[in-house]
Design a protein around this ligand. Structure first.
Ligand SMILES: [Zn+2]
Length: 470
């Protein structure tokens, strides 16, 4: 009887303790819900600052803290100034002055407000209920820094990814600014908050010849070795394409040589033969006109929309320099994805940047990343891959050449109007390393830059990627 009474007493005490813990958990969660409500009702900055005091960290693949806490518990960003600026557009700021970012779109994890009830209760019991989850990223801090340095003083963007897995190793947009300036909302250079890597709508220039070549390789009517006679500065047809950047002509050439030398006559000519519909179909195969995402982050869809009205206009659209009503644009990350599809035997992997979340108790929860964005005919991408090799060994992209690495790619130069209405040229490169043990792809865009600069940046960064990532 005595022992029964004692058992009941122990049970009552245990029950009381459990009840108190549950109540504590409920109070903690309702305070969290209130903060979430405050955020929704105008993103109260003071509430956010106090809430992010217990937010989870954002950590690079090589273990560098990109967002964490200082000694007083306040939210702080990477110690290294170059890294903090390089990661700004991806990581974001706790005041959510930039919105398409991890800080903003993963706040349910970072603040721990989106947990299942039981998980939250378990953490409350452990005394860690107020802390948020960490985000473990795929980006490498040294590749972020190297990309930022390569873009120093310029406007543009770099995206580096693994074409077998979809892991994004670097995603950098310039100009940028220190996160503390964004939070204080002062001394922010013009367009520094705009994430060019994900949102920039760039005229593709000759990188679009990958699309036109795909359309040509898709069909069976015109032979592979069909030749076109390049006429240099003389236009292909009245108002049509010509060679803007060379004095002589390319002579008579078939697709392989035309691709390596980026011959406008050849690609304008086959673009007209194939027609806008087959160019758009090839573009769609390469994920133009498609909603793209990077985990929860939005990517501006790349566009290919070519009218039928004017043959001369079609020749311009076929070389990635659309005029009139025609629209063609590409984002730097999508450029890396295009090279990825070709490097990966036709399979375009879904890019991602959040590898896993980690609870305050240290449980790592990997996220599923098995999706493909697109699948192309391997015969076609193998031919494209060969053509892209010749670009780097013996064509317009020799600046991307690195001894000992089989780098392949395509260059682009696009004539665009700047904000003041002056003509300027953007320089682009999309490429990859053709090596199973180094499956890395890159997209580079440099605004107002001379020919060859994007290829040089790509070669340098792919070389570094090959040495840093195992
Ligand atoms: Zn030519």
């Amino acid at each position: 009887m005595k022992s029964l009474l004692r058992n009941i007493r122990v049970f009552v005490v245990l029950f009381a303790v459990l009840f108190a813990l549950v109540i504590a958990g409920v109070i903690a969660q309702s305070s969290r819900a209130r903060t979430t409500w405050l955020e929704a009702a105008g993103e109260d900055k003071a509430a956010l600052r106090s809430r992010y005091r217990s937010a989870g960290e954002i950590i690079s693949a090589d273990g560098v803290v990109l967002a964490g806490r200082d000694k007083r518990g306040n939210r702080r960003y990477a110690d290294d100034d170059v890294l903090a600026e390089a990661a700004l557009h991806l990581v974001g700021d706790y005041t959510h002055n930039i919105t398409n970012t991890l800080e903003s779109l993963w706040q349910d994890h970072l603040l721990g407000s989106g947990r299942p009830f039981l998980t939250q209760m378990k953490l409350d019991f452990a005394g860690q209920g107020l802390e948020g989850d960490d985000l473990l990223l795929t980006v490498h801090s040294d590749l972020m820094v190297a990309s930022a340095r390569a873009l120093k003083g310029k406007r543009g963007a770099v995206a580096i990814m693994n074409y077998k897995t979809g892991e994004v190793y670097a995603l950098v947009s310039k100009p940028s600014v220190a996160p503390k300036n964004v939070i204080a909302w002062k001394d922010i250079p013009d367009t520094a908050l705009f994430n060019r890597a994900l949102l920039g709508r760039y005229v593709p220039g000759s990188t679009f010849k990958i699309v036109t070549a795909t359309a040509f390789l898709n069909q069976g009517e015109y032979p592979y070795d069909m030749t076109v006679d390049c006429r240099g500065k003389e236009a292909l047809m009245p108002g049509g394409v010509f060679e803007r950047y060379m004095k002589k002509t390319h002579g008579k050439l078939a697709i392989e040589r035309a691709f390596a030398t980026s011959c406008n006559h050849y690609f304008g000519y086959i673009g007209l033969l194939l027609g806008p519909d087959s160019l758009e179909r090839a573009a769609n195969e390469l994920a133009f006109n498609t909603e793209l995402t990077l985990d929860r982050l939005k990517i501006t869809p790349s566009v290919c929309d070519i009218g039928h009205e004017d043959n001369a206009a079609i020749t311009w659209a076929a070389i990635g320099q659309p005029g009139g009503q025609d629209r063609e644009s590409v984002t730097p990350l999508h450029l890396a994805m295009i090279a990825s599809a070709i490097g990966n035997g036709g399979v375009m992997r879904q890019p991602y940047v959040v590898e896993a979340t980690r609870t305050p108790m240290g449980d790592v929860k990997p996220l599923a990343h098995n999706d493909n964005v697109a699948t192309l005919d391997r015969n076609v991408t193998d031919k494209l891959s060969e053509m892209m090799r010749a670009v780097v060994t013996d064509g317009t992209g020799t600046k991307a050449y690195v001894k000992g690495l089989d780098i392949r790619g395509k260059t682009g130069t696009a004539n665009v109007m700047d904000e003041e209405g002056n003509m300027t040229t953007n320089n682009l490169f999309t490429g990859f390393i053709a090596d199973e043990s180094m499956p890395y792809a890159i997209g580079v865009v440099l605004e107002d830059a001379v020919s060859g600069t994007a290829a040089a940046v790509a070669g340098k960064l792919l070389k570094l990627t090959a040495s840093k990532v195992r």
